[in-house]
Design a protein around this ligand. Structure first.
Ligand SMILES: *[C@@H]1O[C@H](CO)[C@@H](O)[C@H](O)[C@H]1NC(C)=O
Ligand SMILES: [Zn+2]
Length: 719
């Protein structure tokens, strides 16, 4: 950091915002970033500010930019630019929490406009750019050109598939020159659109009745097209592109066969598009693409002239612009975002571009600058990062495949996808799996599961190869305790062991958050498989053995309790009333089962209105009411006080997950740690009017407490 210029009390700056240009810019920056206008109670008394100029370095050598290593140890060109940053003496806790929650940038800055860069002896790079009422299509063209010509295969490759994969034969595109819906030419270069349906009237959609008419040159009647689509056609023409893919126009909406085929190929449709335009400015297809026509956006770039130099408040960060859009709340748009290699966002704030390698925005000159990602001015986590990790995963899975048969999901893709996706809304709940079909295809292909057959690799949205990990999902504390209104294709409800059966957001790291209140980013970890064989009842009512990846004992297992997993095939003929148990979708496994008392934990962090709460699992061994584990359960007044638990797998624990001081082994645990000393258990209950069980919650129990309990072998039929 260079020398900082003290600016005094933040409260004074906010008060003087209309007397001094610099105060105005700083006030706007801090107010917006800290959301002060909506949170008048935040106490900012005593906080002081300073302005300092930070060097932004670029890398001397191409190729380092993707490495997440500190820029301090890389060869850098130090003379690129100064960004003007505002340093505050402290930051209110609530503000930090809010910024973390939305993954927003914590940096406060203002920028010198490019037109004045030469006055301070700098080039234009990394300085601010004026943003007009309408989008400069020339800039967008330049970004696409840079990506195609300089990033090349990095941004061409789809990490999940082979280059040879071709688009479905029946794929249609809109030819914006002939204004007709046509068969996509071979290796067609096209643009895709991601937008929200809705608004009134559906006469713009392609149906069996109007397809023929629309296939003729000039046959697409533009007077029925909603404005999002008209604006997109305009952008595509101005970019000198010819073909455009829009679901409502290119899929025959009343032809179920056509629909199924195209939805099944959605990963290729978005993955192979040259870029995707995201209409993230409005709430339906009746809203314009902001900035294509005059009067459709108001970028409100705050600029002040200070000592002859134009300074500006940067516009809303691209990731925030996206996250705050209505478009971003919908389920269907998630895979469209994640599978597109290049993305052009039109939000109400501005237009920006994201590819695997870079992010460009309208209000900062950041093209052709070779940054370390960590100091990228528009850096953010989110979609761009997933594309990156996707690339990494692909090569990793290749490596693993040579050693082992399966690819472990471990800390990654699937869980992140489920967490982010289940936070979004669906107009039709029954779309819960349809809207991520492309993702399921992508993961099946990328990890080469089930010989690339999605219906074998995933059941009810759960990856069968990694079922043990997938089973330990947790509902977010404020999720509804309600089954989704949906059914599989045979009209049966989804089984309770799949997250897709339940409404509301799902989390995978939350066991850690819930039980210890820290490490929210840690994914669950399975240290040993404790179920020998898993079966799912197929559509014919037969037990089908599943290929589930098993974890052997890993690490230092010397202090783990020996637990022998109940073994043996499951012989259906010996079961009485087997028909009632063998409903399709039932998960069947042999394990051990025990009953424990449960009581709401005193230190439960969930609020009173939450639908789920943390419960302590209690045992009378070694002493009455010994706290032996934790479980997340529905927190209604009817919550059980006695629960049946079944063992799933072995995981690691932590001090504070049970009363370790009451166990003889606590000295050992203190010495060697809690690695591998817990069992993942599922709380189960009988289904209403059924012999099958259903999932109530998932938790952890200290392994010794389980061994000392009166556990019995059991075959679990989980519906
Ligand atoms: C606000 O913070 C200041 C400094 O930390 C403190 O002196 C003051 O009492 C606080 N005011 C309120 C209303 O909490
Ligand atoms: Zn690129």
């Amino acid at each position: 950091m260079e020398r900082a210029l003290p600016l005094g009390q933040l409260t004074d700056i906010l008060n003087k915002h209309d007397q001094c240009g610099l105060c105005r810019l700083i006030a706007i920056t801090v107010r917006r970033s800290w959301n002060l206008d909506n949170k008048p109670d935040i106490n900012i008394t005593g906080i002081t500010c300073a302005l300092y100029a930070e060097w932004i370095a670029a890398l001397d050598t191409e190729g380092y930019a993707d490495l997440h290593i500190p820029s301090s140890i890389l060869p850098v060109r130090r003379d690129l630019c100064h960004r003007l940053r505002i340093k505050t003496s402290s930051r209110p806790k609530e503000v930090t929490a809010a910024l973390d929650a939305t993954q927003s940038s914590q940096i406060l800055e203002i920028q010198l406009l490019e037109e004045d860069a030469s006055k301070v002896g700098r080039t234009r790079e990394l300085h601010g750019r004026r943003v007009g009422q309408t989008v400069d299509i020339g800039i967008l063209k330049r970004w696409i050109h840079i990506c195609e010509n300089e990033h090349r295969e990095k941004c061409e490759t789809m990490w999940w598939t082979d280059p040879g994969d071709i688009l479905p034969k029946a794929m249609r595109v809109l030819d914006v020159v002939r204004m007709a819906i046509v068969q996509a030419p071979r290796s067609c270069r096209y643009v895709a659109l991601s937008y929200l349906w809705g608004g009134t009237g559906e006469d713009y959609r392609t149906t069996q009745a109007n397809l023929k008419q629309r296939s003729r040159s000039g046959g697409l009647d533009i007077s029925v097209l909603p404005v999002t689509i008209l604006d997109t056609i305009e952008v595509v023409r101005q970019l000198d592109e010819r073909y455009l893919w829009i679901d409502a126009l290119c899929i025959v909406q009343d032809d179920p066969k056509d629909k199924a085929k195209q939805i099944g190929a959605m990963d290729l449709v978005y993955g192979k598009s040259v870029f995707t335009i995201f209409a993230a400015g409005g709430t339906s297809v009746r809203d314009p693409l902001p900035g294509v026509r005059p009067g459709t956006r108001n970028p409100r770039q705050e600029i002040a002239k200070i000592q002859g130099l134009h300074l500006a408040v940067p516009l809303v960060h691209p990731s925030e612009a996206r996250v705050s859009s209505e478009w971003n709340t919908r389920g269907w748009t998630y895979q469209e975002l994640m599978l597109s290699r290049r993305r052009v966002f039109f939000t109400s704030h501005h237009m920006h571009f994201e590819c695997v390698k870079d992010v460009f925005g309208e209000d900062i000159v950041a093209e052709r600058v070779n940054f370390p990602w960590a100091s990228h001015p528009l850096m953010f986590t989110g979609a761009g990062q997933v594309m990156r990790s996707g690339v990494r995963l692909r090569s990793q899975s290749g490596m693993r495949l040579r050693n082992q048969r399966g690819m472990r999901l471990r800390d990654s893709e699937y869980m992140v996808i489920v967490e982010e996706y289940t936070r979004r809304r669906l107009t039709f709940e029954s779309d819960i799996l349809n809207a991520i079909t492309a993702f399921i295809n992508v993961m099946t292909k990328a990890y080469r599961w089930a010989s690339g057959e999605p219906s074998g690799a995933f059941r009810f949205g759960m990856p069968i190869g990694d079922l043990e990990l997938a089973l330990v999902w947790q509902p977010a504390a404020n999720a509804f305790r309600e089954r989704r209104v949906l059914a599989d294709r045979n009209g049966r409800p989804f089984p309770s062991w799949s997250w897709a059966a339940w409404r509301g957001a799902v989390q995978y790291g939350s066991a850690y958050v819930a039980f210890v209140g820290e490490n929210p980013g840690s994914p669950p970890d399975i240290r040993e498989s404790l179920v020998e064989q898993w079966y799912i009842v197929d559509d014919d009512g037969k037990l089908a053995r599943q290929e589930v990846w098993r974890s052997g004992r890993t690490g230092d297992a010397a202090h783990w309790t020996i637990y022998v997993a109940p073994k043996g095939d499951i012989d259906i003929r010996q079961l009485t009333s087997k028909n009632a148990l063998l409903r399709p979708g039932t998960l069947v496994f042999r394990t051990s089962s025990a009953h424990f008392n449960v009581a709401k934990a005193d230190d439960s962090i969930a609020d009173a209105d939450a639908n789920y709460a943390i419960y302590s699992i209690l045992s009378d061994i070694p002493q009455p009411s010994t706290w032996v584990g934790r479980v997340l359960l529905p927190s209604s007044t009817h919550s059980p006080t006695l629960c049946e638990f079944v063992v799933l797998s072995r995981t690691s624990g932590s001090a504070g997950w049970f009363d370790d001081g009451r166990f003889d082994e606590h000295k050992v645990l203190e010495r060697v740690g809690y690695d591998g000393c817990m069992f993942y258990v599922m709380a189960v209950q009988n289904m209403q009017d059924e012999e099958r069980m259903e999932r109530l919650g998932v938790g952890v129990i200290f392994d010794r407490a389980w061994i000392k309990s009166t556990a019995e072998q059991k075959i679990v039929f989980l519906g």
